[in-house]
Ligand binder design. Structure first.
Ligand code: APR
Length: 244
């Protein structure tokens, strides 16, 4: 992959780099993205129809079982070359903010030190009514219930139509406004408010770089579009900007 000289220079000179990742970076870890067809047991279902409060109200057992399957996939998965490249990038720039829409926790497992998880984390569970995190629960009913109030438990993730955790979104927006280089990696750039972050960065003068094998609504606005897999593009970008 050929990295333009001026992009390598922009990365080398950047004081603050912000990165937004989406499910494309975990595709190389074997976790299916949200908008590709599912295979096997769940191929009849559309993730966008399962990851909603309405779906959980209608059929909590189905939604819980789908998340159990995703959780097992995540447990078996290993961080990808893209996750590892971002761990390295963090050590190469003075100030670094990693923002993710992914709920799989793979950035943390790869070794990234601080991750702004906009959509929560699938490994955590909370009460669907009280919102309180729950560590232990009986698994004899599906979904399990809250020991305190008896309401069904649910994954601690943000579903379509739900509000993002305010503090995390505030920190992400502030990073987008103050960075000098913004990387959008493996996201379809369709789901707001996360999809608004690169535009925030553009408005505040940052160089915006997209990494995605396919075109997205951001492609026309980004200064650079690296067309390829997250791992390949990020490695090429880092080794070109910081030759050892
Ligand atoms: N490297 C980089 N990008 C990839 C790769 C790869 N190896 N494989 C696929 N992609 C790209 C696809 O081209 C697509 O644009 O990753 C993107 C994945 O898009 P989505 O499935 O829409 O995932 P994402 O953008 O993370 O979704 C945002 O929507 O479903 C909700 O809350 C959920 O966090 C999710 C949010």
């Amino acid at each position: 992959m050929n990295i333009p000289d001026d992009l390598a220079e922009a990365l080398r000179n950047a004081r603050h780099v912000a990165v937004l990742t989406g499910s494309g970076i975990s595709a190389e870890s074997g976790i299916p993205t949200f908008r590709e067809a599912q295979t096997g047991l769940w191929e009849r279902y559309d993730p966008q129809q399962l990851a909603t409060p309405e779906a959980f109200d209608r059929d909590p057992e189905l939604v819980w079982n789908w998340y159990t399957w995703r959780r097992e996939l995540v447990e078996r998965a290993e961080p990808s070359a893209g996750h590892l490249a971002l761990v390295e990038l963090e050590t190469l720039v003075p100030d670094f903010t990693l923002i993710t829409q992914n709920v799989d926790g793979l950035h943390g497992r790869a070794g990234s030190s601080r991750v702004l998880e906009l959509h929560g984390n699938i490994t955590r569970t909370k009460c669907s009514v009280e919102g309180v995190l729950v560590e232990k629960y009986e698994e004899d009913v599906t979904p399990p219930v809250c020991a305190n109030c008896g309401a069904p438990l649910r994954p601690d993730v943000v579903w379509f139509g739900e509000v993002l955790p305010a503090g995390v979104m505030k920190d992400a927006a502030s990073a987008a406004r103050s960075c000098d280089l913004f990387l959008s990696v493996g996201t379809s750039s369709l789901v707001y408010p996360a999809a608004g972050l690169p535009y925030e960065a553009l408005m505040h003068g940052a160089t915006v770089v997209e990494v995605n094998p396919d075109e997205t609504p951001l492609s026309a606005e980004a200064h650079y579009s690296l067309r390829g897999k997250a791992g390949d593009c990020l490695l090429a970008l880092i080794t070109t900007a910081f030759p050892s």
